[in-house]
Design a protein around this ligand. Sequence first.
Ligand code: AMP
Length: 399
Amino acid sequence: MSKLSVKDLSLKDKRVIMRVDFNTPIDSSGKITDNTRIRLAIPTIEYILKHGASLILMSHLGRPKGKKDEKFSLKPVAIHLSSLLGKEVKMADDCIGKDVEELASSLTPGNVLLLENLRFHPEEEKPELNPEFAKSLASLADIYINDAFGTAHRKHSSTYSIAEYFPKVAATGFLMEKELKFLLDAISNPEKPFYAIIGGAKIGSKIKIFTTLIEKVDAFFIGGGMAYTFYKAMGKQIGDSICDNEMVKVASDFLEEAKQKQVPVYLPIDNVVANDFKSDANYRTILSENGIEDGWQGMDIGEGTIKLWKGKLENGKTIFWNGPMGVFEMDVFAKGTFAIAKTLASLSATTIVGGGDSVSAINTLNLEESFSHVSTGGGASLELIENGSLPGYDALSDK
Ligand code: AMP
């Protein structure tokens, strides 16, 4: 059943508490180096304020391990948000307690208050330590909105437990709605052909997405470090390439299943290999069929693969991409990842990118606007596709 949206609620003269994802990179001088996550929260913030409510925002930042630590303070975010909104954003010293309650009750319509980092309290990530924590957060407001898609796969106090204190008034924000629309609706009912491009290093964390998508896709394209586990499963020589030995059998079973279901699985036909895991290592391109010699490791997909895959991807009507095609943090091995990003950006197909490193590659190339949807949550986007739901979404009130 679909969930209540902020648009379904009467907001006038109400106090709204909203979970946002302001987990933004901040340098040592307190400067925000990428404000994407703050900008993405603005449509819901402005909607709430325009409709006559006051707003309390709450978020985590980094991993302060349950203790107050100024390094992880959200104060720079309050200043930045204030300049984006063109209005004052009050900053609380904590997220619960008497002072916060007083600040919250002094808010008038149109006011904005940002609570201090939720993760200064261990109960945020471990609600079972003290259920009163979620209750205290809830006591600050009349309505709860969750617009923090990136943490919606976690059962935390502010993303999950808190919702029970807002029967019939716990709703999604616009960012959450957009993520759900693309990651759930577009992928569960994709326009065909539907292709999935999966890369990155951690095959273990992504194998479930393979088995979920096998029922839906017309082909898989597998690049990045995980391709070598698949090569090994096929009995190929992979030299010193990254390989998850515990997943070789799983990869082999998956290839067998794909064969039976007649779903093509494209692995790189050529690879850029290096003699060290360094940007200044010696490197060259080899054909995959010849295997990789000891002393060399696969770092990127090769030009031949890029060309072949480009031709195939151009027929796609829906394409889902998660994970880099190589060690893209090193410029010399970023070609494959950037080529895939550019190819997808040039297509009129529905193109959906599932968070993490693929998103940072797209941002580096300034191609964000050329994709149908660039997800703000790596882990959350995978879990949503795998399970068809997310705890932070399920906890909200039904429409
Ligand atoms: P993941 O978190 O599983 O999406 O993996 C992302 C990481 O995979 C990035 O940091 C890449 O540098 C890394 N990666 C991609 N291709 C390779 C490769 N061929 N060898 C080692 N690491 C890789």
